[in-house]
Each structure stands twice: as C-alpha cells, then as structure tokens.
Design a protein around this ligand. Structure first.
Ligand code: B12
Length: 317
C-alpha cells in the first residue's frame, strides 16, 4: 500500500477514535509514550508512520481476558492437585503399574527403568537355581524330570510332567508308601520363589498337619517340575493328597511368588478341575507362614470330602 494512503487512513481512524472517546483518555497510545502517560504526538506524516494503534478498549479486554485466564489456571491447578491426590490413593492400593504417566507417547524414564529391572528379575527367577543350602536345611533329596535344561523346560512342558527313569526308582526306594499327604517341592518357573518362601511355608505346613494329626510322607525336591507331575507321583506313592509347592511364572510385580497346588488321589488322566491352588504366596501377597497354616486346613477338608477342586466345591455345597 502507498505511504500516502496509509497516512490518510491512519489519520481518519485517529480522528474517528478521538471523537468517540473523552479527550482526557486518548484511545491511541503512541509508541513514543509510556502506556501510563501517553504523550500526544503530532500526526505528521513522519510520526504517523511510527504510530501503533492500541485502543484502550482493546487493553481493557486484554486485561479482562488475563484475569479470567488467571482464575481459570488457579481452579485448574486445584483440580489437578485433587486428581493427583486421588491417583496417589489408587497407586497405594496396588503394586500394579497404574497412573505412571508418560512423556509424549513414551513411558517416563523411571517407569521404563523399573520395567527393565522387574523384567530382568523375572528372567533371573526362571533361569536361576535353588541353592543347595536351602534344600539341605529342609532335609530333602532331589529328583529330576525328563527335562535336560531350562530352554527345554520352557519349550517342552510335557517333559516337566514326567520323571526320569532314575528318579522314579529313587522315589520308590526312598519315600514312605501311601502316606496321607505327600509334599513335593519344585522350582517350577521361579527358583527365587522357593528360595524366598519355602522354609516358612514348609515349617508352618508341617506344624499345621501335625496339629491336625495328619501324617506326612517323605518330602522331596523336583528340579524343573510342572504341576501335573503330581499325577505320576500319585501313581508311584499312592498318597491321599499331594501338595506341590512350586515357583509361579514370575510377573512384573513379584518374581518371588510361590503356589501350592493340591489334588485328592492324583493319577494319570485326572482332570485339571480336580486340582486346586493357593497362589500368590510371598511377602507382598499371602504371607508364607499364614499360607502354610491355611494349607493344613484345606487338606483337612479334602480328606473329609474325599475330593478336591470343583468336585470338593460340589460336595461341600
Ligand atoms: C499360566 C496360568 C494359566 C494357564 C496355564 C497354561 C499352562 N499349561 O501352563 C491357563 C491360561 C491355561 C490358566 C488357566 C486357568 N487359570 Co491360571 N494362571 C496361570 C498363572 C499366570 C501362572 C501359573 C503358574 O505359574 N504355574 C506354575 C507352573 C510351573 O505350572 P505348570 O505346570 O506349568 O502349569 C499348570 C498350572 O499353571 C495350572 N494352573 C494354571 N491356572 C490354574 C488355576 C487353577 C484353579 C488350578 C487348579 C490350576 C491352574 O495349570 C497348568 C497345567 O497343569 C497363574 C498366576 C500365578 N500368579 O500363579 C494363574 C492362576 C493360577 N490361574 C488362575 C485361574 C483362576 C485360572 C482359571 C480357573 C481361569 C478360568 N476361569 O478359566 C483356569 C483354570 C485352569 C486349570 N488348570 O484348571 C488363578 C487361580 C486363582 C485361585 N487362587 O484359585 C491364578 C492365580 C491367576 C489369578 N491371579 O487369578 N492359567
């Protein structure tokens, strides 16, 4: 646009605005004046080029908007604070990874590092071994399944459900035949679970059965066993009840969780529904000592109804 045209339009606008506003409060603030005390500037052609239009009304609107924005920000931050509090309460209720936030579309560094740490702990639990000391303290001997190594254990669960020929023989030779309760311990999917909980669980289970006058056979340890191995053990030793204390597949919350699987007169061909489980035995779940005591009372019930799992529930009701 031409200089002259700009000057005349600007002049017209200034005149119009001056007419509408009281003279003491000019609607235009010139850029050479302070905003509080705008000095009148002569509308020469040179000055007009430097004029910045800034109507007072516009300033007022801006001030109002700023105020509304400030009060909105204040109430927003109060709401946020309350939400954060509620989330914290929820976080305290569970060890699960809830409300951990994100950085853009990715997890926050802390969350990611914690995840990597827990994942590593889970891998260690699966691939680790139960120390000889723990087994020695328990006074148990070790037998093996048909699994050669951990890789095979993971890929071939069926082999973890069968005893090696030698182990079958050892069990026959060394264990009491036809006990009321046969306890079997196995690392299963978490050696850490056995290391962390077995002494407490086993001791309180022994005491619990003792108090209930239920006899216990010869406990042994199976390296790389699966739950359904109890069927073969049931056939060899013919106990009334088998309790298998076995390391659970580690999750990302705990890698030290033990389970107690039970079955009345297990034998090959038993259906899964006839087994039962008390899972989540670890310091952050069912405390090991409590679990051991509780197992004794379940065994009592199994013996009373001569059934376990779904059959027990049916007979009980
Ligand atoms: C893997 C798993 C399964 C897998 C098992 C697959 C397999 N072949 O390995 C599948 C998806 C089939 C499964 C199914 C069920 N599961 Co499940 N399962 C698990 C999990 C995540 C790990 C179990 C484990 O590590 N076992 C140890 C390894 C070494 O055993 P395994 O010989 O390899 O596998 C055997 C056991 O896992 C067993 N098993 C698995 N789940 C269950 C559940 C019950 C009630 C029983 C008796 C046995 C059992 O069956 C497998 C084959 O023999 C646990 C969670 C946990 N924290 O323990 C839940 C868990 C044991 N399962 C549970 C449930 C409820 C079930 C189902 C009843 C679900 C349903 N409504 O159908 C079914 C029942 C299956 C059954 N066998 O009777 C619950 C048991 C709760 C309780 N205290 O009673 C748990 C604790 C999960 C939970 N927190 O709710 N499960």
């Amino acid at each position: 646009m031409e200089k002259e045209l700009i000057a005349s339009i600007t002049k017209l606008v200034i005149e119009k605005l001056n007419q509408e506003q009281p003279p003491k409060e000019p609607e235009v603030a010139l850029w050479s004046a302070s905003p509080k005390n705008p000095a009148p500037v002569e509308a020469t052609e040179q000055n007009l080029e430097r004029i910045e239009l800034k109507p007072v009304r516009q300033e007022a609107i801006q001030r109002k908007e700023q105020k509304t924005h400030q009060s909105r920000t204040c109430s927003d931050s109060l709401k946020l604070e309350k939400k954060e509090q509620q989330l914290e309460e929820l976080r305290q209720k569970t060890p699960s990874r809830i409300a951990v936030g994100r950085a853009g579309s990715r997890p926050k560094t802390n969350t990611w590092l914690q995840f990597r740490y827990d994942h590593a702990a889970a891998v260690d639990a699966v691939y680790g071994e139960v120390s000889a000391d723990v087994l020695e303290n328990l006074g148990v001997f070790t037998v093996h399944t048909r699994v050669e190594d951990k890789e095979e254990y993971i890929r071939r669960p069926d082999r973890g459900r069968q005893l090696s020929d030698e182990s079958r023989k050892i069990i026959k030779d060394r264990c009491q035949n036809s006990p009321t309760v046969q306890v079997v311990i196995s690392n299963g999917l978490s050696a850490k679970a056995v290391e962390a909980n077995i002494e407490d669980v086993y001791l309180s289970l022994q005491q619990s059965l003792n108090n209930l006058k239920i006899d216990m056979g010869t406990t042994f340890y199976v390296d790389k066993g699966r739950v359904a191995l109890m069927d073969e053990i049931g056939e060899i030793l013919t106990p009334d009840v088998v309790i298998m204390l076995i390391g659970e597949r580690p999750g990302l919350v705990s890698a030290e969780s033990l389970s107690a699987y039970m079955c009345y007169k297990p034998r090959k061909g038993v259906i899964e529904a006839d087994r039962m489980v008390v899972s989540n035995i670890h310091k952050g779940g069912i405390p090991p000592v409590e679990a051991g005591a509780y197992l004794g009372t379940i065994v009592q019930k199994i013996l009373k109804y001569q059934a376990s799992g779904v059959s027990l529930v049916q007979k009980e009701s």
